[in-house]
Design a protein around this ligand. Structure first.
Ligand code: GLY
Length: 378
């Protein structure tokens, strides 16, 4: 349970009603889509363009949250439709990357949890097996991407984002009773603590490893401003990822790391609680990334549940400041548009002030948590 002020409780209730009001309309309009971006306010559809896109679980995820929170069948129907259509993605292994966790933990995990649908279990198991297949035992890491010549150019690359895919491996160990999946998730997490987390709590987006020895040979940036800068969404993947790692393992080092990366985020954002796309970029132009703040808020709300009593308020306060300020400045509640939260960033260099589905997803997940509905994912 969270300790919320009366004002925060009222805010969460009002926003939940607004989410339901808008999403009833949008779910009808986008019932057969896999939205990633909203252009001119309306959802695009990745179904034909890239059925394996890493974002293809978020729309089902939003609909599962709304179904459980409201009991309205239209949400469930859309979520189930998305889960089924994604079988096309599972049947294309050459297109599958580390992002299987983002996709199937959101699309299939709730169906398995709520209905016991065996097909959902199969989807999760196949996806977890793909993720296991990306493990480099000598390097102790899960490979991220397959881009480049013969798919082998990135064979030694690890990225901070993978932390959010590991819950699929924890699920496989917990649900199937086989500890190997958890071993792999923990090996990877230990590598991230060693190679991606800087002493000040900021994170490297990419680390290049020698695939034969596992040695970290280069630190790189890609979606942030520069290699040594501080990509804010990468920071939020670390906050939520390490918190989930602790929840699944009870490893104190993971909890300490979650707190360290969260403290860095709070210090970097607390001037106005509107996260910049990169915390160490030039002052101008100002680029925001709502998605970073909303994912960080979800991680901090989970952190608040775990830490001792007198630490809880720090994380709840920070999460609420992020949620309320982002909503106040960047929300669009009109039912003529499909997106809810604007002003996100895909890549610092090329995708700014965009409306992306995972900002809406993490916003919905955060408000769902504030309402204390039953856990569904991760
Ligand atoms: N996982 C890709 C991103 O954060 O943009």
């Amino acid at each position: 349970m969270f300790i919320l002020s009366a004002e925060e409780v009222k805010w969460a209730e009002e926003i939940w009603q607004k989410l339901d009001g808008k999403l009833q309309v949008v779910t009808k309009r986008s019932c057969d889509k896999f939205p990633f971006w909203s252009e001119n306010g309306l959802h695009d559809d990745m179904k034909d363009e890239n059925i394996n896109c890493w974002t293809n679980g978020f729309w089902s995820g939003i609909n599962w949250l709304m179904y459980v929170g409201t009991g309205k069948e239209a949400y469930k129907k859309t979520a189930l439709e998305g889960e089924k259509l994604l079988d096309k993605a599972l049947s294309r292994p050459e297109m599958i990357s580390h992002d299987v966790g983002f996709i199937w933990m959101l699309a299939a995990r709730p169906d398995w949890r709520l209905t016991g649908n065996h097909q959902s279990w199969q989807r999760l198991k196949v996806a977890a097996s793909y993720l296991m297949g990306r493990f480099n035992p000598e390097g102790g890491y899960v490979r991220a991407w397959d881009w480049g010549k013969d798919n082998m150019e990135k064979v030694g690359w690890t990225i901070i984002d993978t932390m959010m895919n590991l819950p699929l491996l924890y699920w496989a160990s917990e649900d199937c009773g086989d500890p190997r999946y958890k071993f792999v998730a923990m090996k990877h997490t230990d590598m991230v603590m060693r190679d991606h987390i800087r002493p000040d709590g900021s994170v490297y987006h990419i680390v290049v490893h020698d695939p034969f020895t596992g040695e970290a040979v280069e630190k790189r940036g890609l979606q942030g401003y520069a290699a040594e800068s501080s990509w804010s969404r990468g920071q939020s993947w670390a906050i939520y990822g390490f918190t989930l790692g602790y929840l699944h393992t009870g490893e104190q080092e993971y909890l300490a790391t979650a707190k360290k990366v969260a403290h860095y985020f709070i210090a970097a954002v607390c001037e106005d609680w509107l996260p910049k796309s990169d915390f160490r970029s030039p002052k101008e132009p100002v680029y925001f990334d709502s998605s970073a703040g909303l994912c960080a808020a979800c991680g901090m709300l989970e952190l608040a549940k775990i830490v001792p009593e007198y630490e809880k308020r720090l994380y709840v306060h920070a999460a609420m400041k992020l949620l309320m300020n982002i909503e106040k400045n960047f929300a669009d509640w009109s039912t003529d548009t499909d997106f809810i939260i604007g002003n996100s960033s895909g890549w610092y260099s090329k995708e700014q002030n965009v409306n992306i589905i995972y900002a809406d997803y993490f916003f919905t997940e955060a408000v769902y948590k504030l309402k204390n509905f039953e856990p569904l994912f991760w």
